[in-house]
Design a binder for this molecule. Sequence first.
Ligand code: NAP
Length: 245
Amino acid sequence: MSADTIALVTGANKGIGLATARQLAERGLTVLLGARDTEKAASAAKKLAEEGLSLVPVRIDIADDASVRDAATLVEREYGWLDVLVNNAGMLIRKPAVEVTADDMRPEFETNVFGLVRVIHAMLPLLRRSRSARIVNVASDSAMFAKTTEPGSMFARSHESFVYSASKVAVNMLTVKYANAFRADPELAHIKVNAVTPGYVATDLNNFNGVRTAEEGARASVRWATVGDDAETGGFFDDEGRVAW
Ligand SMILES: NC(=O)c1ccc[n+]([C@@H]2O[C@H](COP(=O)([O-])OP(=O)(O)OC[C@H]3O[C@@H](n4cnc5c(N)ncnc54)[C@H](OP(=O)(O)O)[C@@H]3O)[C@@H](O)[C@H]2O)c1
């Protein structure tokens, strides 16, 4: 991959997003390090600069239409197209299932689901101009029926990720629907879109209770951000391969 390949990672100021941005930059891509806060984007880019990597900090709050539009305008002005979009930004609010109201569901859906669609919609004209574009949507093991219905599993026991898990199921289905739509449109057929799960990664999202490192968690995103033209589209993968829903 060369510096002509332009990649944007959302929520890249820390955790899995930061590791994804780092690994893509190590592979030689031009990486736009997205964060909802300008200072956070700049300080993460500075941290990677100290490791010898040059990334471009970009403000993008995926829950805000104007911010996403501004980011798309910046990409268009500076580069003219986008090759890789990693929809990594996400949030988890813990609340027992039986206490959740409809209003409680809005923030996580606003970010994890509507935010993802907001970013894809804004970046689509730029991805259209790429010769070979990739979208990676970061979902979760907690979106898997297989794990959630397994008696005694962590996901079967966890009633507090009620909204989060539902939002990540939506991410998976949106991924399949986008893949089908892109395949059917000659102008978008060069865009592969896949969902990934990073595994249980120690980050702020789970108070660092996860068992994998952020670098390990980033592997699936990086793989599907850089796959060749013969790769699949519309699938759900971890870093070892396809996973069942
Ligand atoms: N950790 C895990 O075990 C695990 C497992 C499965 C899936 N995931 C998914 O992996 C992705 C990364 O999570 P993580 O574990 O690395 O968590 P994290 O360290 O908490 O990072 C989440 C990132 O998303 C950003 N973000 C949240 N809302 C945003 C918004 N409106 N606009 C832009 N950025 C926003 C955060 O920015 P701020 O710093 O400004 O808050 C932060 O950069 C998420 O989609 C998460 O659901 C994580």
